[in-house]
Design a protein around this ligand. Sequence first.
Ligand code: HEM
Length: 254
Amino acid sequence: MDNLGPSSGPLPPTESKPKPPKKKSWKPSRAAKILIAAVVGLVLIASALFLILGRSAGLATAPGFLGTRAGLFADFNLLAEILQLAGLTAGYFLVKRGNYAAHQYNQTAWVFFNIVLTILIMEVAFNRQVVPGIPEKLLRTYYGVATVHAMLGGATILLAIYIVLHRNNLIPKALRWKKWKLLMQIALALYWAVGLFGLATYYYWYVAPREATGAPETAGVAQAGRLPPERRCAALGSHGGDFGGVSIPGALAG
Ligand code: HEM
């Protein structure tokens, strides 16, 4: 990020030993910047296309690979979000070691990757599975945990976008909060908190017994997807729904 270095100005007099000079931070050339932007852009576009085309090809309804009731997209989302948390945390250590440019690119890439996952997996599931139950069913674990997760997640994404715009001088000076380092620390802590609520959502949606969470009676389509077609209707009941990004035509969330 620009201007991330220590602020210049007269140093206070000190008797302690002079600190060894800091390692020079990596400064990418213009060509390297373009290459990084192109690679990140291509990965984001490829992920978005995979999710959009995969959904219309019915991939989202395929059974997941973690052996729970989740569909393929929910399992994919879980692993991608864990990877993202590890990536964001690694970015924190990059800046601690003075590698400002690598930190900037790393954090920006993960923020956008998370936005792709949010729009193409989580927001879809939230709108279909949770929104119809608000506010009546909010006290049920199934709805409540996902709603807290979504509210906190939305706020975190807005904060992250603000930081990216701020550090690229893309917002008016009057709106640039000076304590941006503190904002970054808050954002990382929030990503962790939201990630943990995400794990809880996954657990209550796809692992815990359905009766205990107040889940719609049709939840768990991935398991039904493992059944032969003649038994799937029975497993799904007369409702459809979206389970882990799984869409059943004529759906009604329970
Ligand atoms: C900081 C941003 C966010 C992070 C780090 C995050 C993380 C996670 C994780 C780790 C899961 C578990 C995997 C899964 O069940 O698919 C999850 C699930 C979920 N999240 Fe998020 N999330 C974020 C933002 C949001 C937002 C803004 C919404 C609401 C629009 C949302 C709604 C959901 C829903 C409904 C699920 C269950 C999805 C499913 O199983 O298909 N999340 N999230």
